[in-house]
Write a protein that binds this ligand. Structure first.
Ligand code: ZN
Length: 462
């Protein structure tokens, strides 16, 4: 895709430097001018076609020079999705889409494209399974022109917890995920990690009574600490590349690599398991990342990013927590706006999700969550400073949408500046990726050692 050396201009929060302001204004001006250019009444031109196949859903994107109307319906026996696009004639680019369907696409078997009527192109997707499609359009943003997006979701959505358990099923008998599933299945109401009832003030803990020896079941009763779930959130993905370095390194790729390394370190701990909010190159809306972490009842949420700034000299790692209001610096606010723009760039069908749920998630942020997040963030900074200089010595705070789970300590790590050539080279190297993962692993352990996890209200309530 087109290289971008400047993140999209966020609304209202321009940094103070003159050069930056000029650059941002010129980007904004370009975006404003485009729709004003008079268009001839002719068929739209397809600029690009892309597919993003993933287990979770497959996205097909048509990028066009004007907005188009599309209608769709599904057929059964065999499963097909038919999309009629008005104002379009067949073109080599559209035929190109047929060759972009990958054999391992979980949803699309094959694709046929034909001129159905004058001015209407019909696309027929032969499917591998029944889908619940979402078809929507996106207006120009960042490097993109008008987009027609077809998201093919499975008709029966996979539970994320079941999904990670399925992936882990295998000969490994000591698999922590299998154990968790076992626990849940064996005792769905009273989790064995349910808390002791709190002692009343002045009450002494009851003396341990001698109990008759029980036959030792292969249970998890002897474990000192409950299984901790760490949600790892590699930023961006799919349509949204994130920031792009000078040599072409894409944020979405490098953060996924780092997250996978950290996942394997976490999974090798006896009492921890990691869950990735995305484990491939596809876009996940910000609120969905939060929902996924809550769905697996994560004890910690770590969003992994790589920073970008207009000046290539900017460098160093940063860690962010949510701010209750405002931001700890103008740059922090600007960063948050930049990362929050992911939904615009990656493309979210705003009509499709439960706005109420999203609003609750966005509105709620408890002081406790932020305090815990600041502690995690400090532990991370202490470790990361051993392998890279810090951009700021303390945890910064800003309104990142992805940090707004009200009940999960959540931090966002900007691992380095991908816009800085030296740091881009570091990010590209596998040894530095591993060092970053190790530093974050140690940070996680330090946090949980200093702040032993409490059983949660949800656990107590069953
Ligand atoms: Zn990012």
């Amino acid at each position: 895709m087109v290289e971008r050396d400047c993140p999209p201009a966020p609304g209202g929060a321009l940094p103070s430097e003159g050069a930056t302001r000029r650059r941002l204004i010129s980007v904004a001006a370009t975006l404003l001018v485009l729709p004003v250019i008079p268009r001839l009444a002719q068929a739209a031109t397809i600029l690009a076609v892309r597919t993003w196949p993933a287990d979770e859903y497959t996205r097909v994107t048509l990028e066009l020079d004007s907005e188009l109307k599309a209608e769709h319906f599904t057929l059964e026996n065999p499963h097909r999705l038919v999309v009629d696009i008005e104002g379009l004639t067949l073109s080599p680019a559209l035929n190109d889409l047929v060759s972009k369907v990958r054999p391992d696409d979980p949803y699309i078997q094959s694709l046929r494209v034909a001129q159905n009527r004058p001015n209407v192109v019909r696309m027929v997707f032969d499917l591998k399974q029944a889908v619940a499609p979402q078809v929507f359009t996106l207006k120009p943003v960042a490097d993109y022109q008008y987009r027609l997006v077809l998201d093919l979701y499975p008709k029966i959505a996979q539970d994320p917890l079941v999904a990670i358990l399925n992936k882990q099923s295998g000969p490994d008998v000591d698999d922590p995920l299998a154990r968790i599933l076992e626990d849940i299945q064996r005792n769905p109401v009273t989790r064995q990690d349910a808390p002791e009832p709190p002692l009343a003030r002045g009450q002494q803990p009851a003396p341990a009574l001698p109990t008759p020896p029980k036959p030792s079941a292969p249970s998890t009763a002897g474990r000192k600490r409950r299984m901790l779930t760490i949600a790892l959130d590699p930023g961006h993905g799919g349509e949204d590349p994130g920031a792009i370095g000078n040599s072409g390194l894409r944020e979405k790729d490098v953060v996924l690599r780092i997250a996978r390394r950290l996942k394997s370190l976490i999974d090798s701990q006896p009492d921890m398991r990691a869950y990735l909010t995305r484990d491939d190159d596809y876009f996940v809306p910000l609120h969905v990342r939060v929902q996924k972490a809550r769905r697996v009842r994560a004890d910690l949420f770590i969003s992994i990013h790589a920073d970008a700034w207009i000046k290539p000299s900017a460098n160093g790692s940063s860690v962010f927590a949510l701010s209750q209001r405002g931001a700890s610096s103008a740059q922090a606010r600007w960063m948050a706006d930049k990362e929050n723009a992911a939904d615009l760039i990656g493309g979210v069908n705003l009509g499709s999700h439960d706005r109420q749920v999203a609003k609750v998630l966005l509105d709620l942020s408890t002081t406790a969550q932020i305090n815990d997040s600041l502690k995690v963030g400090s532990a991370f900074l202490d470790e990361i400073k051993k392998i890279n200089r810090l951009h700021k010595n303390s945890v910064e705070q800003a309104g990142f949408a992805v940090l707004k789970a009200p009940d999960i300590p959540s931090i966002l790590v900007e691992t380095a500046f991908i816009s800085n050539p030296q740091e881009e080279a570091l990010l590209r190297s596998t040894s530095h990726q591993e060092k970053l993962a190790q530093a974050m692993m140690t940070g996680i352990q330090r946090y949980f050692t200093a702040n032993p996890p409490l059983a949660r209200i949800a656990d107590a309530a069953g």
